[in-house]
Design a protein around this ligand. Structure first.
Ligand code: PLP
Length: 403
C-alpha cells in the first residue's frame, strides 16, 4: 500500500469526472463543425462552460478553455502585457509576486528579457504574503505606466493565501488589470472570480482530468492571443476543443465546489494532526508558512524544514518506504535549487534545501498521516547520517584545498 501526499502536484480523478468523460469519449463531432455531430459536441462544451461559470460566479463568455493552468497563466501575462503596452507604449511595468508559480514567473521574466518590460518583483513577508500596501504604493508612484499586476490566490509550496480583495481594490482604483493564479486555491478555499480581471484555473488540481484548464477574462478585456488559428475561444485561443476533458473538468468543478466547506474542514483537521505528529517525531523541525486558519493557509498544505537533512534524500527515502511527497523546488540538470518561494520568504538556502511539502486532497485519510508518521523517524535518521557524511567530506576537501 502506497501513501500519496502530493495532491498539490495532481490529485486523483473523481468518479463523477470519469463518468462524464466516459459518456463523451465516443462522440465524434468537432465542436466547431456545423453539422449535427458538431453541434452535439458544441452543446457539451457550452453546458460545461455554463457549469464552470456558474460555480465561479462569472458569465459563460468570460470562461476561455485552455490546455491547463500553465497556458492560462501565459495567456494572461503575455496577452495582457501586449494588449496594454500596444495601446499605450508607456505601460511597460509588470508587478508580480516573487513567490509566483513558474507558469507566471517565467513569462514575466521572459517579457523583461525579450519585450522590454520593466519588471517589479513584489516582496513577501516571512509567511509568504504580499503586502497590498506595496502594490498600492507602486501603482500610485508610477501612474499610467503599469501594464498588469500578477499575484496568485494561494501559493503552491507553502499554501499562503494572499490578500486578493485588497490588491484587486488597488488595481481597480489605478485602472490596471490584475491577473490571479487560482490553480491551487479553487476547490479548497472560497474564490471570488469577479475580483481579478483574469484568473487561471486547472482541472487536474481539483479532481478533473489532466491537460485542461481555463482563464476567466472580464468581458471587454483586451488580450493579445498567443496562438493563432481557428480562434475557437473568443478569438483569443485557438485549437480544437477537447470535449471529453472539458466535460470532465466541469463535472469536477461542480462536485468540488458543491461540498467544499465540509471537505476542506476534514482535510484541515488531518493536516493539523499531521503537523503536530511530524513535529513530535522530528525534534528541531520547523513549519514554513502561515499557521493561521483557512483564510491564511490552504487547508491541505503542510511544509516543514528538517535541519541537517537534504530534501532530496528525504524524498527518496520516504518514497522507498512507500510515502510520496514533494520537495516543491526545481531541479535543473540534477542540481537541486533552493525554492524561490522559501528564499523570497527570507529562509536561508540551507534550510530551504532541507524542506518537504506534504499536501492532502479529497481521498486523504487518517491512514495516510499514520503511514507518514510511522516512516519518518527511520528516514530522518538515515538522511541525517547521509548529511553528516557529506558535510564532513566537504570539510575534509576544504581543508585539503586550503593546505
Ligand atoms: N499555477 C500553480 C499555482 C500551480 O500549482 C500549477 C501546477 O503545479 C500551475 C499553475 C500549472 O498548472 P497546470 O499543471 O495545469 O499547467
Amino acid at each position: 500500500m502506497r501513501t500519496y501526499l502530493d495532491h498539490a502536484a495532481t490529485t486523483p480523478l473523481l468518479d463523477c469526472a470519469r463518468d462524464a468523460m466516459v459518456g463523451t469519449l465516443g462522440m465524434t463531432g468537432n465542436a466547431s463543425s456545423l453539422h449535427g455531430a458538431g453541434r452535439a459536441s458544441r452543446r457539451r462544451v457550452e453546458e460545461s462552460r455554463e457549469v464552470i461559470a456558474g460555480a465561479l460566479g462569472v458569465v459563460p463568455s468570460e470562461v476561455i478553455f485552455t490546455a491547463g493552468g500553465t497556458e492560462a497563466d501565459n495567456l494572461a501575462v503575455k496577452g495582457l502585457y501586449w494588449a496594454r503596452s500596444g495601446q499605450d507604449p508607456a505601460r511597460r511595468r509588470v508587478l508580480a509576486a516573487r513567490i509566483e508559480h513558474h507558469a507566471v514567473l517565467d513569462p514575466v521574466h521572459w517579457l523583461g528579457e525579450h519585450e522590454g518590460a520593466e519588471v517589479v518583483w513584489l516582496d513577501v513577508d516571512r509567511e509568504g504574503r504580499v503586502d497590498a500596501a506595496q502594490v498600492r504604493a507602486e501603482l500610485e508612484a508610477h501612474p499610467g505606466r503599469t501594464a498588469l499586476v500578477a499575484v496568485m490566490w494561494a501559493n503552491n509550496e507553502v499554501g499562503t493565501v494572499q490578500p486578493i480583495a485588497e490588491i484587486a481594490d488597488a488595481c481597480t482604483r489605478a485602472g490596471v488589470p490584475l491577473h490571479v493564479d487560482a490553480v491551487q486555491a479553487l476547490g479548497s478555499i472560497p474564490v471570488d472570480a469577479s475580483l481579478p480581471d483574469t484568473m487561471a484555473i486547472s482541472s487536474h488540481k481539483l479532481g478533473g482530468p489532466l491537460g485542461v484548464g481555463a482563464l476567466t477574462a472580464r468581458r471587454g478585456l483586451e488580450l493579445t492571443p498567443l496562438t493563432h488559428g481557428g480562434g475557437q475561444e473568443r478569438q483569443v485561443r485557438s485549437g480544437t476543443l477537447d470535449v471529453p476533458s472539458i466535460v470532465g473538468f466541469a463535472a469536477a468543478v461542480d462536485h468540488v465546489l458543491g461540498d467544499m466547506a465540509a471537505r476542506s474542514a476534514r482535510i484541515q483537521e488531518l493536516r493539523d494532526d499531521l503537523l503536530v505528529r511530524v513535529l513530535a517525531v522530528a525534534p528541531g523541525s520547523i513549519v514554513n508558512g502561515d499557521l493561521g486558519g483557512p483564510e491564511a493557509r490552504l487547508p491541505g498544505n503542510a511544509h516543514v524544514s528538517f535541519p541537517g537533512c537534504e530534501s532530496d534524500a528525504l524524498l527518496m527515502l520516504l518514497d522507498a518506504a512507500g510515502v510520496e511527497v514533494s520537495t516543491g523546488s526545481a531541479c535543473s540538470a540534477g542540481v537541486p535549487e533552493p525554492s524561490h518561494v522559501l528564499l523570497g520568504m527570507g529562509i536561508d538556502p540551507v534550510r530551504a534545501r532541507s524542506s518537504l511539502r506534504f499536501s492532502l486532497g479529497h481521498p486523504s485519510s487518517q491512514e495516510d498521516v499514520d503511514a507518514l508518521v510511522a516512516a519518518l523517524p527511520a528516514v530522518l535518521e538515515r538522511a541525517g547520517r547521509a548529511g553528516q557524511i557529506r558535510v564532513s567530506s566537504q570539510m575534509a576537501a576544504a581543508a585539503r584545498d586550503g593546505a
